[in-house]
Design a protein around this ligand. Structure first.
Ligand code: APR
Length: 247
């Protein structure tokens, strides 16, 4: 067995951070890579509180389109490998920046959603929050069944702070783990993008899995290059797949 497989097999407190790259093989566009959403749309027009105030209709049309896309997608082998990892590790925490709910659908249990959940809606008037999985939405923009107020997606927009409880749990898990996997994220967005280095400075080993090099690649212990849907299952099968291992 090679180091990463050994580290994985012997990890007592495993912490994982995922980004959009984990859902790419489920057919869900990432944000910054080729075909990424921020290559076609402007985040300041769709993913900020100001954008929502300016044009809730446009913002909801975009989220409704993403919800319909996600509803047709299935978890891929990367999601399923993380479910298997959770069964094996004595202590396991999955921190995700993804709002698509695919980790939950795959069967992961201990998930921290640091950027919210596209299947949650929250009333901008009374604050009521509900799970809403209706696609397509019958009414755009949707309104609160309680007070009739305008609903917003239950996701974290640029310029908003992360949910305090989730963020506290995520930073604690990153600092207490002995192995940190950072998978399918450009680590371009803070503070989530800094968790891998938090873990490393607290003494954890860090393995990156990414189709491309990222700003993190030179700082981690091992950076495995390739699709998460292939590398993660192979890593679980105790052999480093034929990827370019950068130590
Ligand atoms: N396997 C592994 N990595 C992949 C794959 C794949 N099949 N496909 C793409 N990637 C990698 C890309 O190389 C890139 O590094 O996934 C990463 C996706 O990066 P981004 O598109 O920036 O997505 P993410 O890092 O999740 O963005 C963070 O930014 O827009 C906000 O809130 C949004 O949560 C998101 C945050």
């Amino acid at each position: 067995m090679l180091e990463p497989s050994l580290w994985l097999a012997s990890a007592q407190r495993l912490c994982v951070l995922t980004g959009a790259g984990v859902s790419a093989e489920s057919g869900i566009p990432t944000f910054r890579g080729p075909g990424g959403l921020w290559r076609q749309y402007k985040p300041e027009e769709l993913a900020t509180p100001q954008a929502f105030r300016r044009d809730p209709n446009l913002v909801w049309e975009w989220y409704d389109w993403r919800r319909q896309l996600i509803a047709k997608a299935e978890p891929n082998p990367a999601h399923r490998a993380l479910v298997e990892l959770e069964k094996r590790a004595p202590k396991f925490t999955l921190i995700t920046q993804n709002v698509d709910g695919l980790h939950r659908r795959a069967g992961s249990r201990n998930i921290i959603h640091v950027h919210g959940d596209i299947w949650l809606v929250r009333c901008t008037v009374c604050g009521r929050q509900d799970q809403n999985e209706i696609v397509p939405l019958p009414e755009i923009p949707p309104h609160c069944s309680g007070c009739g107020g305008l609903l917003r997606p239950g996701v974290v927009w640029f310029g908003e702070s992360l949910p305090a409880q989730e963020w506290e749990a995520a930073t604690r898990a990153a600092r207490q783990c002995d192995l940190f996997l950072v998978i399918g994220t450009s680590a371009a967005v803070m503070p989530a993008g800094g968790l891998a280095m938090d873990a490393r400075s607290a003494g954890a080993r860090v393995i990156e899995i990414n189709a491309e090099e990222t700003g993190l690649s030179r700082y981690v212990d091992v950076s495995l290059r390739g699709p998460a849907g292939e590398l993660l299952p192979a890593l679980l099968k105790e052999g480093i797949p034929n990827s370019d291992r950068l130590l």
